[in-house]
Design a protein around this ligand. Structure first.
Ligand code: TA6
Length: 312
């Protein structure tokens, strides 16, 4: 089974405004709608779009649970979250204007989790896991959870023998690499923060990677936005370049990419196929007005425009 773990899911309130979003001015809404927020949840939406059974888990506030569950089930995702009584699902705001130069993301902190609840979730979740499962922790927990608590949860999950994929940032990513997960996918900025190095180019990324002590991690994918992604695996380095698409909503493109990677690992694709597939999924996501989801047929056509370069 594939499990996506979102420790701090959200409902995204997506708002389009006329003209350019401007301070001090009354910005008029042209359109607004809601979608699934959080990152693991988006990985599950991609897998369900590909008719691949998966379970979306993590923590969820009691208030707002029904709305998020119905959004997930509309997308054929099977939610099995640990419910936090008397607390609310966080709401994030994704604002887009007519400049089409990317979204504004405003995110809430999310609910607190008691040590007992964390302990109970850890026991329940690790008790379900089988060694041939794939587990994806995507998105940071709420800032109310310490990196140490996050790290010990990951450690207990890793000890079950599953393939563990982590998409996190900052101190949470630092904690994750201590347990050598199967795959991490920092973006250029997060990789720079992790290695304490200023990274501005593909060459910088390769140089820093080759000097780093991250070799115990099977797959390291550094996403570079429109410049594509670099995959470091077994001493080889591959660079994938995405197709040019008309971006409608860039929110969740990184999550969709991770969803494509997970599907490819599950289907035992070659690393080349894994990269081109995930890149086409992410490109199709960019063309959607929502935060999550993609169109498989569209991704299939876009994949022909994806470029792969073997660097080493
Ligand atoms: O990656 C997109 C997204 O998951 C949005 O749906 C939005 O909810 C936000 O990012 C949440 O990010 P965070 O890092 O706060 O978990």
């Amino acid at each position: 089974m594939i499990y996506s773990v979102t420790l701090n899911p959200a409902i995204d309130r997506i708002i389009h405004v006329h003209d350019a979003l401007t301070r001090g001015k009354n910005n008029h809404v042209s359109e607004s709608y809601n979608d699934i927020g959080g990152k693991g949840t988006h990985v599950s939406v991609v897998l369900s779009c590909l008719d691949t059974p998966n379970i979306a888990t993590g923590f969820i506030g009691e208030n707002g649970k029904e709305e998020l569950y119905s959004l997930l089930m509309e997308r054929k995702v099977n939610p099995e979250f640990f419910v936090l009584p008397n607390r609310a699902v966080r709401q994030n705001y994704v604002i887009m204007d007519e400049t089409h130069s990317g979204s504004f993301m405003i995110t809430q902190t999310g609910p607190s989790i008691t040590p007992d609840e964390l302990g109970q979730f850890t026991t329940d979740f690790t008790g379900k896991l089988e060694p041939d499962d794939i587990v994806v922790f995507a998105g940071n927990p709420s800032r109310l959870m310490s990196p140490n608590d996050y790290g010990s949860l990951l450690k207990k999950v890793k000890e079950t023998g599953v393939r563990l994929i982590v998409d996190a940032s900052g101190d949470y990513l630092k904690k994750a690499i201590e347990i050598s997960p199967t795959l991490i996918k920092p973006n250029q900025y997060e990789f720079g923060e992790l290695t304490q190095k200023k990274i501005t180019s593909i060459e910088d990324t390769i140089e820093v990677m080759e000097k780093s002590n991250l070799s115990k991690i099977d797959y390291i994918i550094v996403s570079l936005g429109k410049k594509g992604s670099l995959l470091f695996h077994n001493g080889s380095i591959d660079h994938v370049i995405p197709p040019k698409v008309k971006t409608v909503n860039d929110t969740g493109c990184g999550d969709a990419f991770v969803g494509g990677i997970v599907y490819a690992l599950y289907k035992n694709f070659s690393v080349e196929d894994m990269l081109t597939f995930a890149t086409s999924v992410s490109a199709s996501k960019a063309m959607q007005p929502t935060s999550s989801g993609f169109v498989p047929e569209e991704a299939r056509l876009l994949r022909e425009q994806v470029t792969l370069e073997k660097i080493k």
